[in-house]
Design a protein around this ligand. Structure first.
Ligand code: F6P
Length: 613
């Protein structure tokens, strides 16, 4: 059943061969006509249904691995012409991918693979608002969220850009009012603190941008002492951390949920509603709680004034939603709309580059193809994201969701089981912290292709008179050194010439030949943060397009959610009515019983209790 589309493709291919071998020309013409009809019927389907791994360019790349295996980055790096061809710049961003295990020929083979995958057509389909998220029957238009006002981007025959700007203008107006104190809390005090409640895509992207801007001079000046926190985990500890030191009187809560049904977010929203109303009375909720959602009916049902709801649309995937009100509202409250608008402009610059630049010079396309080369051909399933700035400490957690929720799939977009592994395992830490943590494995253990991200000008320079270099140069020394250490390694011969004791030589040898790429940004401000975000978003889409999967659905998160609801029912029945644990396997029954017995002091009819910290 899984192979149904391929079976049809094979059948038509076989049938064409059969016709060509027919002795009678009239029969050949008659059957050819029949084949054309058959082909036309299945053309669209077949185009999508053919697995990329069945194509000649894929097989060619598979064969090419043997050629690459004969090379070492130590030697490849001596070829200046090769290296030069693997460097490019766009709008201030410099990419050097010369430390990938590729030769010029590899790149042209990857471009041929992109053609076979109809990459250009798929990119156009995305920008044209076609329903490329076929399992949810939706367009994928996060690019419309950062389009300029005069752009036309249609979804289902309607230009969505005016709607986008209507919400952006509403955010500008609302955030200005809160920031200048014309929107005050129930007791007349200015709202200087914001807690944004949301999880997954309704949390990680905004947190990443917030962390990037916190120490940017322009953004931090604009924040002027305001505070923004994110409540994501349903763990009451996260509630405690968020409300600690905050006064409901001066706090605005933004509930962010695309669906407005996510269990964790809704419980946290009810918890903070209680925190506000128990301190200020239930009427205070309308002044202290606003929402961001596609589901405005549920927002109203929750008790939030629909005038204080900021919409977005089902053509925005959760993990691609940071440029919608999901990110723009909390970030504008914190930094002002004009700073956030620069972030949107940065993302737009990459959108235009991605849409219009030939693949050879297209940063997201190149990065996406290199990822495919590393994962599907060289067999390196993971990728480390290593920004050399603490301001990007939340980049890796955000990209983890964008990448792994998008491309962690087992079937093609047509539902055919993939005969290869799609998706990448993403992790990362800022340098140099990571160097003192997991880099040992990267240097001498497994091969993990690395993204090194460096910033030319620090957000917060420090100069000390008697130091050899300033603090940022010290950081950047590592940014420049690590890729070469990975690429070149250190041979036993080198160690011998350094008189290293022979029993230590195996331990001190570095095999090298470990791929990485370097992205150098001139600075890290709102604009550059937007660029970086869009580079990763589009890179991940490129990977999915070439692998032939649907990068925009996430059915894999559903099963765990439904099992949790079964457990929730059991906990309720056990706590309230003392019912014993039933309907679970031996292990879960044992664990649940132990948990219930050990927490028997939890009251069955509790009075409201909120963290006091
Ligand atoms: O984890 C699954 C998921 O659906 C994500 O895709 C999404 O970002 C997150 O939950 C939160 O969903 P919502 O914004 O609807 O609360």
């Amino acid at each position: 059943m899984d192979d149904y589309p391929r079976t049809i493709a094979n059948f038509i291919r076989e049938f064409s061969n059969f016709i060509q071998n027919l002795p009678n020309i009239r029969l050949q013409i008659y059957f050819s006509f029949f084949t054309i009809v058959l082909r036309n019927i299945f053309f669209n389907h077949l185009q999508m249904a053919t697995l990329i791994s069945d194509t000649a360019p894929w097989k060619d790349l598979k064969a090419h691995v043997a050629e690459i295996d004969k090379t070492h980055l130590r030697d490849l790096m001596t070829d200046a012409e090769r290296c030069k061809s693997m460097m490019l710049e766009f709008d201030g961003i410099f990419l050097d991918y010369s430390r990938q295990r590729t030769i010029v020929d590899t790149m042209s083979k990857l471009f041929t693979l992109a053609e076979a995958a109809h990459l250009k057509e798929k990119i156009n389909s995305m920008f044209n608002g076609e329903h490329i998220n076929s399992t949810e029957n939706r367009s994928v238009l996060h690019v419309a969220l950062r389009a300029s006002k005069d752009t036309v981007i249609n979804s289902d025959g309607k230009n969505v850009v005016p709607d986008v700007w209507q919400v952006l203008d509403k955010i500008r107006e609302f955030s200005d009012k809160v920031r200048n104190g014309s929107w005050v809390g129930a007791t007349g005090k200015a709202l200087t603190n914001v807690i944004a409640i949301g999880i997954g895509g309704s949390f990680l992207g905004p947190l990443f941008v917030h962390t990037a801007l916190q120490t940017d001079p322009e953004a931090s000046k604009s924040a002027g002492g305001r505070q923004l926190r994110f409540l994501a985990n349903v763990d009451p500890v996260d509630v405690a951390r968020n409300i600690s030191g905050f006064d409901p009187e001066t706090t605005l809560v933004v509930v962010v949920s695309k669906t407005f049904t996510t269990a964790e977010t809704m419980l946290n929203a009810r918890t903070l509603r209680e925190w506000i109303s128990s301190a200020l009375g239930p009427q205070a909720v309308s002044k202290h709680m606003v929402a961001v959602s596609t589901n405005l009916k549920l927002v109203e049902k929750f008790g939030i004034d629909p005038n204080n709801a900021f919409a977005f649309w089902d053509w925005v995937g959760g993990r691609y939603s940071v440029c919608s009100a999901v990110g723009v509202l909390p970030l504008s409250l914190q930094y002002g709309f004009s700073v956030v608008e620069k972030f949107l402009k940065g993302a737009r610059s990459i959108d235009q580059h991605f849409q219009s630049t030939p693949f050879e010079d297209n940063i997201p396309v190149l990065l996406g193809l290199l990822s495919i080369w590393n994962v599907s051909f060289l067999g390196y399933p993971a990728r480390a994201i290593l920004p050399y700035t603490q301001a990007l400490e939340k980049l890796a957690p955000h990209i983890q969701q964008v990448s792994m929720e998008s491309n962690g799939k087992g079937v093609s977009i047509d539902g055919v089981r993939l005969p290869f592994e799609a998706g990448e395992i993403d992790f990362g830490e800022p340098g140099t912290n990571g160097q003192h943590s997991f880099y040992q494995l990267i240097h001498q253990g497994r091969v993990i292709p690395c993204d090194f991200i460096g910033i030319v000008k620090s957000q917060q320079p420090v100069y000390l008179r008697d130091e050899v270099v300033n603090n940022h140069d010290e950081l950047m020394s590592n940014f420049f050194a690590q890729p070469d250490a990975l690429a070149y390694g250190k041979t036993p011969e080198q160690l011998q010439s350094e008189n290293v004791a022979s029993h230590l030589i195996p331990h001190k040898t570095f095999s090298g030949n470990r791929p990485s790429l370097s992205l150098l940004l001139p600075s890290l401000d709102a604009y550059r943060t937007g660029q970086l975000l869009a580079i990763y978003e589009h890179r991940i889409a490129v990977e999915g397009f070439v692998w032939g999967i649907n990068s925009f659905d996430q059915w894999g998160v559903e099963l765990g959610k439904s099992l949790a609801s079964q457990v929730r029912k059991q906990l309720h029945a056990s706590r309230k009515k003392g019912e014993s644990v039933e309907g679970f396997n031996f292990s879960t029954t044992k664990l649940l019983t132990r948990y219930l017995e050990a927490s028997a002091d939890v009251p069955s009819e509790p009075t409201t209790l909120l963290p006091k910290i």
